[in-house]
Design a protein around this ligand. Structure first.
Ligand code: MLT
Length: 393
C-alpha cells in the first residue's frame, strides 16, 4: 500500500504491558503445563457482581425484550438516571456537580485515551511511573511528553516544580501502580499551580473507592477552584467489579474555559461524533451500584480485597522490604529484593514461586527495580501466594 500510517506508533512499545505479560504466562504454561500459576498481575477483579447490580441488569435486559419498554440508542452522554446517581454519589464528598458536566463512558481507559482528541499541541506532563495509557495515547498523537518523576523520596507522589510550565498534567490518586494517595494539601498545591500556570489537570480517580482514611480526598473537586482547571475520570471497574461489564464516567465542568473555548462543549461534540453511549442494561447496573445498598455491597467486596492487601503488606513488613500502597489501594508496590531489575524479578518469581506480578519498569523508567502485585485475587490464592513469596523473598 502507498498510504501513510500514523508513524507515531513506532515511538511506543510494540505491545501493551499487560499483553506482554499474558504472552509470557502462556509461554511458561506451555513449557510447564502442571504449574499452578497464581496471577496477581493485571488488576482484574475476581469476586462476582453484587446482587443489586445483577437484579438491575436482569430487569433492564428483560425490558429490552418487551416492545413497550424496549430502548434504542442511548443518549450519548448517559441516561439522566445514571447521571443523577453519579451526582448524588459526589455529594458524599461535599462536591456539587451539574448534570451537564457528567458523561457516562464504557470505562476510564477509553476516555483517558480519547481526551487527547479535544486538546491541542500542548506540553504534556505525565507521572513516571504511572498507568501506561496516558503516555501511549499522547505519543500516538505526537504530543510533547515530559515526565514528572515519582520516587522513594517523594513517596511516588510527584509535586509541582518551578521547572514545570503550562501544559496538560495527568495525576492518578490513589495511584496506579504505586498505591500512594495525594492528601488535601498536596492536591491544593496542584490546583494552585494549574490555575497559576493556566494548565489543565486530568485526574484519574479510578481507585477512589478504596480510600478509607477520612483525611484523604476522593475527588479533585473537593479542592476549591478545581472545577476551573481539572477533568476527572473514574470507573465502575474497581469500585463495583465492572471490568467485564464496562462502565465509567468523566466529569468535564462547565467552568473549564480555554480562551473562548468551553472544554465541556468540545467534549460533548467529540462524544456525539465518536461515541454512541453505554448500553441501557449496563447503565441501570451502574445506577444500582451507586444506590445505598449497592454502595454497601460493593464496599463489602472492596473490604475483601483489602484483607488481601493487608495480608500482603504484613509480609513486606515482616521482611523489611520497602513498599507503598496496600492501605487505600488494591496495589502493593515494592522494591525488588537483591537489587534485581523488574523483569528479572518477574522471571524469578514466575519460575521459583509460580506467581505473576507486574514489573515496575512497565509503568515507566522510574519503576525500574520495583514490582507491583494486586490484592484482587481470592483469599485462598493470595494466602498461597504469600506462603510462596515468604520462601523466596
Ligand atoms: C491494571 O492492572 O493496571 C489495570 O487493571 C489495568 C486497567 O485498569 O486497565
Amino acid at each position: 500500500m502507498k498510504i501513510k500510517v500514523n508513524e507515531n506508533f513506532s515511538n511506543i512499545a510494540d505491545s501493551y504491558l499487560f499483553s506482554d505479560i499474558n504472552k509470557k504466562i502462556k509461554a511458561y504454561k506451555e513449557k510447564n503445563p502442571n504449574a499452578d500459576v497464581i496471577r496477581l498481575g493485571i488488576g482484574d477483579v475476581t469476586l462476582p457482581l453484587s446482587s443489586v447490580v445483577i437484579d438491575a441488569l436482569t430487569k433492564a435486559s428483560l425490558e429490552m425484550g418487551n416492545k413497550d419498554t424496549f430502548r434504542g440508542y442511548p443518549p450519548e452522554y448517559g441516561y439522566d438516571f445514571l447521571k443523577e446517581a453519579i451526582l448524588n454519589y459526589y455529594k458524599r464528598f461535599d462536591v456539587n456537580l451539574s448534570m451537564d458536566s457528567i458523561f457516562a463512558s464504557d470505562g476510564a481507559k477509553s476516555d483517558l485515551g480519547n481526551i487527547v482528541d479535544i486538546l491541542g499541541d500542548n506540553d504534556v506532563y505525565i507521572p513516571n511511573p504511572v498507568y501506561p495509557v496516558y503516555l501511549d495515547s499522547n505519543i500516538m498523537s505526537g504530543r510533547r511528553v515530559h515526565f514528572i518523576n515519582g520516587s522513594k523520596e517523594n513517596n511516588f507522589l510527584p509535586m509541582p516544580n518551578v521547572n514545570y510550565k503550562t501544559g496538560v498534567y495527568y495525576l492518578c490518586s490513589p495511584n496506579n501502580p504505586c498505591g500512594a494517595v495525594y492528601n488535601y494539601e498536596q492536591l491544593k498545591e496542584w490546583v494552585k499551580f494549574a490555575k497559576f500556570t493556566g494548565s489543565l489537570i486530568i485526574f484519574d480517580s479510578a481507585y477512589e473507592a478504596f480510600i478509607k482514611d477520612r483525611n484523604l480526598p476522593h475527588s479533585i473537586y473537593e479542592i476549591e477552584g478545581a472545577k476551573e482547571c481539572a477533568i476527572e475520570i473514574c470507573s465502575f471497574s474497581k469500585q463495583a467489579g465492572f471490568t467485564g461489564l464496562r462502565c465509567g464516567y468523566t466529569i468535564v465542568p462547565e467552568e473549564l474555559m480555554c480562551g473562548d473555548y468551553s472544554i465541556n462543549k468540545l467534549w460533548k461534540r467529540r462524544q456525539a461524533t465518536k461515541f454512541n453511549g453505554v448500553s441501557y442494561p449496563v447503565q441501570r447496573a451502574a445506577e444500582a451500584a451507586l444506590s445505598d445498598t449497592g454502595i454497601k455491597e460493593c464496599q463489602k467486596n472492596i473490604e475483601y480485597y483489602m484483607e488481601n492487601a493487608h495480608a500482603l503488606s504484613k509480609l513486606f513488613d515482616e521482611k523489611g522490604i520497602y513498599y507503598t500502597g496496600g492501605k487505600s489501594s488494591p496495589y502493593i508496590w515494592f522494591k525488588c529484593p537483591n537489587n534485581m531489575d523488574s523483569w528479572s524479578f518477574f522471571e524469578f518469581l514466575l519460575k521459583e514461586a509460580n506467581v505473576v506480578g507486574t514489573p515496575g519498569v512497565g509503568f515507566g523508567t522510574q519503576g525500574e527495580g520495583y514490582f507491583r502485585i494486586t490484592s484482587f485475587g481470592t483469599h485462598e490464592k493470595t494466602k498461597e501466594a504469600i506462603e510462596r513469596l515468604r520462601k523466596i523473598l
